[in-house]
Design a protein around this ligand. Structure first.
Ligand code: SPV
Ligand code: MG
Length: 320
């Protein structure tokens, strides 16, 4: 409904500045227009368009079943709904190098700030499930090189996601892959882990930083949520993604609410836990609709009066 995007600076440039900042950038996962609107009310630095969330919103498993078009539609929706830079989880890139080049160009048109591609075989499985299969690192790096070579001044940043720790391939493999991917043109490295403690992620950061002081590192502390941002920062991380907190919060809140509603004779006792309808309408931009309607009615009235006054004048004035 608004046109602020017309004057907005390049999202990738904004995100680069944020990643260069003195503290860890806080990024929160969203998956549709409504979650983007809600998340944008809080002081996060960027939004993560979660593949898990996009799949869940479609009622599908996170297993490369949702298509690149589904992800693109979600990216367009989320970019429209927020003023924050959007980092898109592009899974494995949805196909071969040609698919990656296509989606990168489409994400640029959608004003995405960064695209994250993970080094797993297509079709992939969510990182917290069985059946993890890594991509060939040389081939994955070649895809990154192709994406990097096609970039223009407003292209999204390219984040290479290393899945070695998730797949049980170890820290050395993760470091070798990260180094190769940066050489291939990745602007940042996301290292994922399913460990319940942050130790391997912190060790990765410290070892990576010995050789590379510049490339931003990104952590996703889903299974090790107690890790402090300050500690991640000291270990070389520049961004932390709380990838699925909104999604999990929604499911648990909805379950509790629906269980009570299904077992009740009326809904009155739930009211105090619910957002007022007016607040939801405002969130969706209804106040702008009301204002536009009012202005439109006034202008219509003015135009009607002008037409009437013109026809009266022409009745009085004989034709020449
Ligand atoms: C996502 O949010 O889709 C992610 C992060 O890829 S995770 O689900 O933790 O793998
Ligand atoms: Mg994902």
């Amino acid at each position: 409904m608004h046109s602020a995007w017309r004057e907005a600076p390049c999202p990738a440039t904004v995100l680069t500045k944020i990643l260069d900042g003195p503290t860890v950038a806080k990024v929160v996962g969203v998956y549709d227009g409504l979650t983007a609107l809600v998340a944008s009310r809080y002081p996060f630095d960027a939004l993560w368009l979660s593949g898990l969330g996009v799949s869940a919103a479609l009622g599908l498993p996170d297993a490369s079943i949702a298509s690149s078009s589904d992800f693109l539609a979600a990216a367009r929706t989320v970019c429209r709904a927020t003023h924050l830079p959007v980092v898109v989880d592009a899974d494995t890139g949805f196909g071969d190098v040609n698919t990656v080049l296509h989606v990168m160009a489409e994400y640029e048109r959608a004003r995405v700030a960064a695209v994250c591609i993970e080094d797993k075989a297509f079709p992939k499985r969510n990182s917290f499930t069985d059946g993890q299969e890594l991509a060939d690192p040389a081939q994955f790096a070649a895809t990154l090189q192709a994406a990097s070579a096609c970039r223009g001044p407003r292209s999204p940043l390219l984040i290479a996601r290393v899945e070695s720790l998730v797949a049980g391939a170890g820290l050395d493999d993760a470091l070798d892959r990260a180094t190769l991917y940066v050489r291939a043109g990745a602007d940042a490295v996301l290292v994922h882990s399913r460990a319940s403690e942050p130790d391997e992620v912190l060790a990765f950061g410290r070892r990576f930083r010995r050789a590379d002081r510049r490339t931003p590192l990104v952590a996703v502390p889903t299974t090790y949520p107690h890790v402090r941002q300050q500690l991640l920062h000291e270990s070389g991380y520049r961004a932390v993604i709380y990838a699925n907190h909104l999604l999990r919060g929604f499911v648990s809140t909805a379950d509790r609410l629906l269980e009570e509603l299904a077992g009740s004779d009326d809904a009155g006792h739930l009211e105090r836990r619910l957002e007022p309808v007016s607040a939801v309408l405002n969130l969706m931009g209804s106040d702008a609709v009301t204002a536009h309607d009012r202005t439109h009615r006034r202008r219509s009235e003015e135009n009607r009066s002008w037409v009437q006054s013109r026809s009266k004048t022409s009745e009085m004035e004989p034709m020449p």
